[in-house]
Design a binder for this molecule. Structure first.
Ligand SMILES: O=C(O)[C@H](O)[C@@H](O)[C@H](O)[C@H](O)COP(=O)(O)O
Length: 244
């Protein structure tokens, strides 16, 4: 289990810039070493600023984006044109501005039944890399104030799924499905990078990083088993409860 690496900035915007620099540095290294960069993106509201920043010339001119393969750590089970779709958010913030080729964007096909969508996404990842156990160069992750990450939510069966895959998860309290990479798949990544800002996340950050093991209530603790580097990009409010 690797020790967390912290990147703490005063403000959310500074945290986003720090992660954008890290994204580009990680991508350059992967492209230099392997010819391509594989990244699994996170959704929700926090990373939108990151994707928009990466699309600006200061960052976009630094990378050969044709060599980047984009995946999603999780997706809401909604139509591709639904406002809650993570893929739609990234399409608007990053893919369209940079004219990323569709062949390099791997989205969940939410027109399929949930379990079939998850199974097909698992196959798409394995096919792209001709491997069953795929190690992404970078996994971007957020953190909910209930300590979920990706769509690994408290008290859901997927928390105990040992497969290196993508699974459908039903969130009874919200009456919705999500499609999510399992913890074993996320944990294989060479680098994990959490982007967490705002005081509302402070207690979850402390519980996940330093709290007693309680996977059911703090699912992001599953990533304590990550084999690669785990980086935390935090603003001071989100880091304010950390026992440092
Ligand atoms: O699909 C999603 O919503 C994300 O992948 C999810 O895991 C997100 O990272 C957290 O819910 C934090 O979301 P916010 O950044 O909106 O607080």
């Amino acid at each position: 289990m690797s020790q967390p690496i912290f990147h703490i900035s005063d403000t959310a915007d500074q945290t986003v810039v720090a992660l954008a620099d890290f994204f580009v540095e990680t991508a350059k290294r992967a492209i230099a070493e392997n010819g391509r960069f594989s990244v699994a993106l996170s959704g929700g509201s926090s990373p939108k600023k990151l994707y928009e920043l990466l699309a600006t010339p200061d960052f976009s001119r630094q990378l050969d984006w044709d060599k980047v393969d984009f995946f999603f750590g999780d997706e809401r089970y909604v139509p591709a044109d639904h406002p809650d779709s993570n893929a739609l958010m990234v399409k608007k913030a990053l893919f369209d501005p940079l004219r990323i080729p569709a062949a390099n964007i791997f989205t969940v096909d939410t027109s399929l039944p949930p379990d079939e969508a998850a199974r097909q996404y698992t196959e798409a990842i394995q096919k792209r890399y001709q491997a069953v156990q795929v190690r992404f160069d970078l996994m971007l992750l957020g953190l909910g104030d209930n300590s979920h990450t990706a769509s690994l939510f408290p008290h859901t069966p997927v928390l105990h799924d040992p497969s290196v895959s993508v699974k459908a998860v039903f969130l009874a309290d919200q009456n919705v499905y999500r499609i999510t990479m399992t913890a074993p798949l996320i944990n294989l990544a060479h680098r994990l990078a959490f982007l967490v800002y705002g005081k509302g996340k402070a207690e979850a950050v402390e519980a996940v990083l330093n709290g007693p093991e309680d996977i059911e209530n703090h699912p992001a603790q599953l990533l304590r088993k990550a084999v690669g580097e785990v980086h935390w990009f935090l603003d001071e409010p989100a880091a304010s409860a950390l026992s440092r």
